[in-house]
Design a protein around this ligand. Structure first.
Ligand SMILES: *Cc1c(COP(=O)(O)O)cnc(C)c1O
Length: 306
């Protein structure tokens, strides 16, 4: 790996994350929840990806000149990496297997913002070849360095729990790769012999088996895994569902908070379908990603606007 040290003479504008991120008390569908506002961590570098890339933000990498990563052309990780690269003065190359014509002709959302930050887009294969001076980032930031920032998140939550005198706490967050939920449960377990915090999640990409497989690639010990909840019906990532749009609008109306349109609607639907979880104090983590709404919302409006 790259050595971590202070480099001399290089101006690095390390931003300060708004950390610990605030916790709010909200009421939704006549139920009470705590809401961890990780969407407010930083104006340009917010939420889940700020946590996952915190390690790279926090340390200096004098040998690195460039980030190379891959994934979809509208991903939150892509956008956040473009911000990270810009902050560090690195180049950023991002590999996609295709870009929709519509997006090339009408750049918007994460795609436009990443291009504006200097992202260099390549259409090609998603194999990352180790090269000197290049920092390789797996799709969605699914790698061990993510644990660093997620431990910071865990520490914030444990501190807050103590402050609030909450004995047993449930934490809920929707998963993509499952990296955040896994490392979060693992961090809680490390802090207490028998942790008083249980992490619940739901797969937004793929099904329960896919998510378990993702966990197993980062951690062999199943005792460290978060609990997986789901709905009976199959859910396809990025597809439009009227129920998702409806709950997103309702969340906005009742809580005043804008959630993301890819993960949170399913997250809240799953959580509300499991009242046994929120019979105990429950903290929902808002993981940011609202910039992606710029592409999702017009699609929903075209399809379902009354
Ligand atoms: C990336 C992301 C997730 C998923 O995080 P994983 O660690 O991949 O499970 C959830 N919500 C938002 C807003 C994200 O950007």
């Amino acid at each position: 790996m790259f050595s971590v040290q202070r480099s001399e003479g290089v101006f690095i504008d390390t931003p300060v994350l708004n950390s610990p991120s605030p916790v709010e008390f909200i009421s939704f569908e006549n139920q009470q929840f705590y809401l961890k506002r990780d969407d407010l961590l930083h104006p340009d570098f917010s939420g889940n990806k700020a946590r996952k890339f915190h390690y790279f933000l926090q340390n200096d990498f004098p040998d690195v000149k460039k980030i190379v990563s891959y994934g979809s052309a509208q991903s939150n990780a892509m956008y956040s990496l473009s911000v990270l690269a810009k902050m560090k003065g690195w180049e950023f190359e991002y590999i996609v297997d295709h870009v929709a014509d519509y997006l090339t002709e009408n750049p918007h959302g994460n795609y436009k913002a990443a291009i504006d930050n200097g992202m260099h887009l390549t259409v090609g294969r998603d194999t990352l070849i180790p090269t000197s001076g290049v920092l390789l980032i797996e799709e969605g930031g699914r790698q061990k360095e993510a644990e660093y920032g997620i431990q910071v998140l865990a520490k914030e939550i444990v501190g807050w729990q103590k402050e609030q005198d909450i004995e047993v706490l449930n934490v809920f967050l929707p998963s993509g790769t499952g990296t955040t939920a896994l490392f979060l449960q693992k961090s809680f377990n490390m802090k207490h012999e028998t942790s008083s915090i249980r992490v619940y999640t739901t797969p937004c990409v793929g099904d329960t088996n896919y998510l378990k497989k993702q966990f197993s690639e980062l951690e062999k010990d199943e005792n460290q895994y978060p609990s997986i909840l789901s709905l009976e019906k199959k859910h396809h990532f990025g597809k439009l569902y009227k129920e998702n749009y409806k709950i997103w609008l309702k969340l906005h109306q009742e809580t005043g908070v804008e959630f993301d349109l890819l993960y949170d609607p399913l997250g809240w639907r799953v959580l509300l379908a499991h009242p046994e979880i929120f019979s105990k104090p429950t903290l929902y983590i808002h993981q940011g990603g609202v910039l992606g709404n710029e592409s999702m919302l017009p699609r929903y409006e075209r399809k379902y606007k009354v």
